[in-house]
Ligand binder design. Structure first.
Ligand SMILES: Nc1nc2c(ncn2[C@@H]2O[C@H](COP(=O)(O)OP(=O)(O)O)[C@@H](O)[C@H]2O)c(=O)[nH]1
Ligand SMILES: [Mg+2]
Length: 398
């Protein structure tokens, strides 16, 4: 159901959209919040506004403390390697133990909950590439509504990551833990299962009006309904992209929330405490809740199951590795380009050296996507993991 906000609330929303500084935004959101009628249809919106306000308050605080020179450890971890995966879980589920078993990192492991107060990164090798794993402070119920000071920061890191590793403690009601974590993430607009459909709204004065690009299917509404909805929020210059099956409610939701999907794996940790039969029963309960997310039984104590982590991460991330080779060289570069599954030769060359495109003649290809070794292909050729490419140009040695 669409929120059916009164015009007054929509006008306040427009004011928030135009606000520049965090202080202005905070004030505008406060006004917006008081103009929202409270009923079932606006529940999610109210959640979102409160969470956004908590984030803004923190931003204001952080700016202040930076001005007076407050140092200390940071919540921001620069990405390294092929992808960044965040280790999320409730207190004492074994996040630090797993990080220290899988990587070179030395986080503090302890029976005391909330030991890890800032993110800790480490590198995990997978064949010829590496993933960056980052342990973050524990998730608790209510974290998306400001239950704990690091809440919005943990969710912010998760939002910015390439993948999530959810750790649940098998000895402490794991299905409940999973429920809480997935619920907090989804309240923050972070989905662990690919949504059926979603809309992306790009606002810019460069657009003459509201236009809809339908890359999927609008359900129970027309492009004109979408335009009218946006105009009721005083949005007149925007491009709305529709992916998958999208309702008018989904479009309205994407106005407020920036919904993202994160490839996820679940580690059911402390498997050493159970015999095989009990373990299998609990695992099937977790799998029933997690739908399509892979579940791996692990023990940070014995190392059981941990070798499965990197290969599962690689799989859910949908990455491919492409090896570039110079025409006059025998062997390709040992360091692959990392691309998304579905990438074409054009994408690979853009990553490799975009200047090559100007002089592109053809490419030769070896590996899984080649019909025969050294096949000649064009820019639209779809690549596969493990391909070797050799780009030929019209001018030699550019
Ligand atoms: N039996 C068992 N204990 C574990 C396992 N992983 C962690 N622990 C213990 O659980 C407690 C919390 O571990 P820690 O890694 O600090 O959890 P975190 O709070 O999630 O980072 C410590 O006492 C660990 O020794 C495991 O796989 N099996
Ligand atoms: Mg820890």
């Amino acid at each position: 159901m669409v929120t059916n906000l009164p015009a007054e609330a929509k006008a306040k929303w427009a004011k928030y959209s135009d606000a520049k500084t965090p202080e202005e935004k905070l004030r505008a959101l406060q006004e917006f919040l008081s103009a929202i009628p409270k009923h079932k249809g606006t529940e999610n919106l109210v959640y979102w506004v409160k969470r956004r306000m908590a984030e803004l308050r923190e931003e204001v605080e952080e700016r202040k403390s930076r001005k007076i020179g407050g140092g200390g450890p940071s919540f921001f971890i620069e990405k390294e390697g092929a992808a960044q995966a965040i280790i999320l879980g409730m207190p004492s589920s074994g996040k630090s133990s797993i990080l220290s078993m899988l990587t070179n990192a030395k986080p503090q492991i302890s029976d005391t909950p909330f030991t890890t107060k800032f993110p800790v990164p480490g590198m995990l090798r997978y064949e010829d590439i590496q993933f960056q794993l980052v342990e973050v402070p524990a998730i608790v119920k209510g974290i998306s509504e400001g239950a704990i000071w690091w809440g919005s920061r943990v969710l912010g890191i998760a939002r910015n990551a390439d993948a999530l590793i959810i750790v649940v403690d098998l000895s402490n009601n794991p299905t409940h833990q999973l429920d809480v974590i997935i619920n907090e993430l989804s309240k923050a607009g972070i989905y662990t299962v690919r949504p059926k459909g979603y809309a992306v709204i790009e606002r810019s004065k460069a657009y003459q009006r509201v236009s809809v690009v339908n890359l999927g299917k609008l359900v129970n509404c027309t492009a004109d309904d979408v335009r009218k909805l946006l105009e009721s929020y005083r949005i007149y210059n925007a491009l709305v992209k529709i992916y998958g099956e999208v309702t008018l409610e989904d479009v309205e939701r994407s106005l407020f929330e920036n919904v993202v999907y994160k490839p996820t794996i679940i580690l059911a940790n402390k498997a050493d405490l159970y015999d095989t039969a009990t373990l299998n029963t609990v695992l099937s309960e977790i799998k029933a809740k997690s739908t399509s997310i892979p579940v791996i039984a692990t023990s940070a104590k014995t190392g059981y199951g941990l070798s499965e982590v990197s290969v599962n991460l690689f799989r859910v991330l949908n990455l491919i590795r492409i090896y570039a080779k110079e025409p006059n060289n025998e062997s390709p570069s040992p360091r692959p380009l990392i691309l998304k599954d579905g990438a074409t030769l054009l994408d690979a060359i853009k990553h490799l050296r975009s200047e090559l495109l100007q002089y592109f003649k053809y490419a030769k290809i070896w590996g899984p996507s080649a019909k025969y070794p050294g096949e000649r292909v064009g820019l639209d050729h779809k690549l596969m993991d493990g391909d070797v490419i050799e780009v030929h140009t019209r001018i030699k040695a550019i």
